[in-house]
Design a binder for this molecule. Structure first.
Ligand SMILES: Cc1ncc(C[n+]2csc(CCOP(=O)(O)OP(=O)(O)O)c2C)c(N)n1
Ligand SMILES: [Mg+2]
Length: 256
């Protein structure tokens, strides 16, 4: 959500997707929420099988290199997804051909019910970078400034023609994987409540106050403004029409 909001998607776009309405820019209400795609903001739609997006991003970077375009493609995936073949094939191809792509693994320490210890034989996801001839870094995913710094560095590297980078951002999944998932079966409530204390909404807010950029009044105002945007987007999307039946077969293969 954070990434696509930064790329220009709006709260209204996201709510239209959640309510599966016709005006949803991601898929016209066809895909599950979270399957982002929006041409005007250059967000390429993702598929449901995890990690298919990595070869897609590498292919886009290859096209950019062949066409001499000054772009860097950016792709995210989970730490569970970093065990799929698609990650390794995509990373190897990008490394061999020095393609301008940033591979960002959002390590939230769980793949549905499987904890990180049962996912990786190496210590960190970023350890894998050396095997594919690219730099790999692990940063605190709850620290927005640190994440910004390493992504900026990776983008500059890509633009200079030096090839891909692997970034691992470590955070924690604060909710169950989905509404069908009972996370009390595989982790303790204490573990979750400890992680909530270091969520970046709290720690980054405290940092902004400590350095004198934000005060309580500004925080209150910001929260009220955000709430207003979210409420407006929710009302708009809830009242928007569903797709008409005669559009049922649209976008399955191609539009003529
Ligand atoms: C190829 C494939 N296998 C299984 C699934 C079912 N599935 C959806 S999300 C998920 C876990 C992914 O974990 P991770 O990559 O860590 O991402 P997270 O959800 O934690 O961000 C699984 C197994 C899938 N979508 N695709
Ligand atoms: Mg995960």
């Amino acid at each position: 959500l954070g990434v696509v909001l930064a790329f220009g998607m709006t709260a209204r776009d996201l709510m239209l997707s959640s309510f599966a309405k016709a005006e949803d820019p991601n898929s016209g209400g066809r895909q599950m929420p979270g399957h982002f795609g929006q041409k005007k903001n250059r967000i390429v739609t993702g598929s449901s099988p995890v990690t298919t997006q990595v070869p897609h991003a590498v292919g886009i970077a290859l096209a950019a290199k062949m066409e001499g375009k000054d772009i860097v493609s950016f792709v995210t995936f989970g730490e569970g997804s970093s065990n799929q073949g698609d990650f390794h094939e995509g990373a190897n191809f990008a490394g061999v051909h020095k393609l301008p792509v940033i591979l960002m693994c959002e390590n939230n320490q769980y793949a549905i019910s499987v904890p990180i210890e049962k996912q990786l034989a190496c210590g960190k996801v970023s350890d894998r970078a050396i095997g594919y001839g690219m730099p790999g870094v692990t940063v605190d995913g709850n620290d927005p400034i640190e994440v910004y710094r390493v992504v900026k560095e990776a983008a500059e590297r890509g633009r200079r023609g030096e090839g891909p980078s692997l970034i691992e951002t470590v955070s924690y999944r604060l909710t169950p994987h989905s509404s069908d998932d009972d996370d009390s079966q595989y982790r303790s409530p204490e573990e979750v409540s400890e992680a909530k204390k270091i969520d970046s909404i709290i720690t980054f807010g405290a940092y902004l106050k400590a350095v004198g950029i934000m005060d309580d009044q500004m925080e209150k105002q910001l929260n009220e403004e955000i709430m207003e945007i979210v409420n407006e987007a929710t009302d708009y999307a809830e009242n928007a029409p569903f797709a008409n039946e005669d559009t049922l077969s649209k976008y399955v293969y191609a539009e003529r």
